[in-house]
Design a protein around this ligand. Sequence first.
Ligand code: NDP
Ligand code: ZN
Length: 180
Amino acid sequence: KSPNDLALLLRTLQFATLKHSTQRRKDPEKTPYINHPIGVANILASEGGVTDVAVLQGALLHDTVEDTNTTLDEIENHFGASVRRIVEEVTDNKALSYDERKRHQIARAPFVSYEAKLVKLADKLHNLRDLLRCAPEGWSPERVLTYFEWAKKVVEGLLGTNLDLEEAIRLVMARKGVVL
Ligand code: NDP
Ligand code: ZN
């Protein structure tokens, strides 16, 4: 690993922070949005043992195209084709309806690249932990449980990618009585 990787990672973090700067998460405290991509990248590095910089960059950028004005071409121009591909694979198609997007994630999960599967596992793990900590305003316990059950169906299509992340997800799900 070259020292340049660190500069690259920090430049990516800077880019994602600017893009998400006006956004907040749905938790009651309305924490800064960037806490989530940082959390996803940290899960990959600290719990998943992931050292591939492109995957960590993909984690930092994973919600920029879906949730901000960022385009995939912009990602490619700044960070190259392999990072672009990862972000593309984890970005929901906004042209689809809510229900279609949810179904599409379940159906596509088994067919995305190894790198995208890692980001998707860490993304789900971070969101599930957040929901366990505190439900978003207006979310009933039933809605939280529905999210857990949907996430389980997505994760079933990602199994065999990273045992540490999958075990951590199993643990979080068990806390809600969901058996993965
Ligand atoms: P989602 O179920 O898609 O919300 C979950 C997503 O919110 C996560 O995947 C995550 O996505 C993001 N998120 C932001 N903050 C948090 C957090 N603190 N913890 C966990 N996840 C977080 O539903 P939406 O809120 O997007 O709702 C969209 C539509 O769904 C609305 O029109 C709503 O009416 C409808 N709906 C309503 C239901 C109800 O019971 N009232 C049930 C289902 C849908 P990411 O990682 O991409 O940021
Ligand atoms: Zn996310």
